[in-house]
Write a protein of this length. Structure first.
Length: 268
């Protein structure tokens, strides 16, 4: 499969590098399109003999899959240029946040569209991507695109596109929530007397070990909490204070706010 990537930022290149890592696409079968000449120059060594360009032109019509990974605010300008060169048999895979399929269809005057919402761990091959598609993308082709997406981690297909706003809020933005929590815990460690490196080590390793417990222990999250929080102990004191601050509700309200913002972006 020949692939054109329009927008060569972190996420677009996470996908491209994953395809190369698993030998799903040859470097010669890439077209990389980005308005930044410096960015393209930095990619030439690892993607040679691929094709590099700063403009959207007719050569893009020679590629089977066009991955749209530009910023949502750049889509209007990019879309008008794409509309002039796309061919009906090409598939557009959008990984832009908040841009609904119907808007992509209308802007590009194109019907074969897959819309996906990945997250930043895709850069390490550990992402989670939810995706949906228009009926014009036949199942055999959709399976091939799913295989490409899975090179960046795991994926889940959604029949209802409107749920992608919730995906954006939950897993798309999710890494930032974990980073926020880790940062807060590290700061608490520093206030208790640890230097930066020791506090960071304690918290990061705790986060890593806890993740593996979640994945491997045959216990619910409530049961895992109780294995740490003995009655009248230190953990129970912390959890009680979290409850007094209504952290559960605040966290969930924040996630709902992210979902609502995604909906606003979708409406343009």
């Amino acid at each position: 499969m020949k692939i054109a990537i329009v927008g060569c930022g972190n996420m677009g290149m996470a996908f491209a590098n994953a395809f190369l890592k698993y030998d799903l696409v040859k470097t010669s079968d890439f077209l990389l399109v980005d308005k930044s000449a410096d960015r393209l120059e930095g990619l030439r060594e690892s993607f040679r003999p691929g094709v590099f360009t700063g403009v959207i032109d007719r050569q893009l019509g020679d590629y089977d899959l066009v991955i749209l990974s530009v910023k949502p605010q750049d889509f209007a300008a990019v879309g008008s240029a794409l509309k002039e060169v796309l061919k009906p048999d090409q598939v557009v895979l959008s990984i832009m946040a908040g841009i609904a399929t119907e808007r992509i269809r209308a802007t590009l005057d194109h019907h074969r569209i897959v819309r996906a919402m990945p997250n930043t761990p895709a850069m390490l091959g550990m992402g989670i991507t939810a995706y949906t598609s228009t009926p014009e993308v036949e199942n055999t082709l959709l399976r091939k695109i799913e295989n490409l997406i899975n090179a960046t981690g795991r994926s889940v297909y959604l029949e209802d596109e409107t749920m992608l706003d919730a995906v954006t809020a939950l897993s798309g933005s999710g890494p930032a929530y974990f980073f926020y929590l880790v940062k807060s815990m590290i700061e608490a460690g520093k206030k208790m007397g640890f230097d930066d490196s020791v506090s960071a080590l304690l918290v990061k390793q705790t986060m890593l070990g806890s993740y593996h417990l979640i994945n491997n222990a045959e216990k619910s999250l409530d049961e895992l909490i109780q294995t740490v929080a003995s009655k009248g102990g230190t953990t129970e004191a912390a959890l009680r204070r979290f409850g007094e601050g209504d952290i559960d509700a605040n966290l969930q309200e924040g996630i709902f706010a992210a979902r609502d913002r995604s909906r606003e972006l979708a409406r343009g």
